[in-house]
Design a protein around this ligand. Structure first.
Ligand SMILES: C[C@H](O)[C@H](O)[C@H]1CNC2=NC(N)=NC(=O)C2=N1
Length: 96
């Protein structure tokens, strides 16, 4: 099972994830896309990414604003899997 990150490790990780915020045992990012179609494209690309790494964000879609929430459910908090997927979500959105 993935090891839980401590507060210092989480803070360090977030320095490299400026678009993400900590919310308790999760990290979240809300991306504003150009349109609803672009929002759905982003969601579908992240869905493929999540399947490929077997780690899945909670996703909230509101018109062209998409919120991704990451936590490792099996560990009950934040792990390196969440940090890694957050980095890959950023790349996915940057490459839309
Ligand atoms: C059986 C399957 O590998 C597990 O349920 C995976 C699926 N995706 C997951 N995603 C997240 N965010 N946390 C998990 O613990 C997790 N576990």
């Amino acid at each position: 099972m993935a090891e839980l990150l401590n507060d210092e490790e989480i803070s360090d990780a977030l320095t490299k994830l400026p678009t993400w915020q900590r919310e308790g045992d999760s990290i979240t990012r809300t991306a504003e896309l150009a349109s609803f179609g672009q929002a759905m494209e982003a969601v579908n690309r992240v869905a493929e990414l999540a399947e490929s790494v077997n780690h899945h964000p909670d996703i909230d879609i509101r018109w062209r604003n998409v919120t991704f929430r990451l936590s490792t459910h099996s560990a009950g908090g934040l792990t390196a899997k969440d940090v890694s997927l957050a980095e890959q979500i950023d790349e996915t959105i940057d490459n839309l």
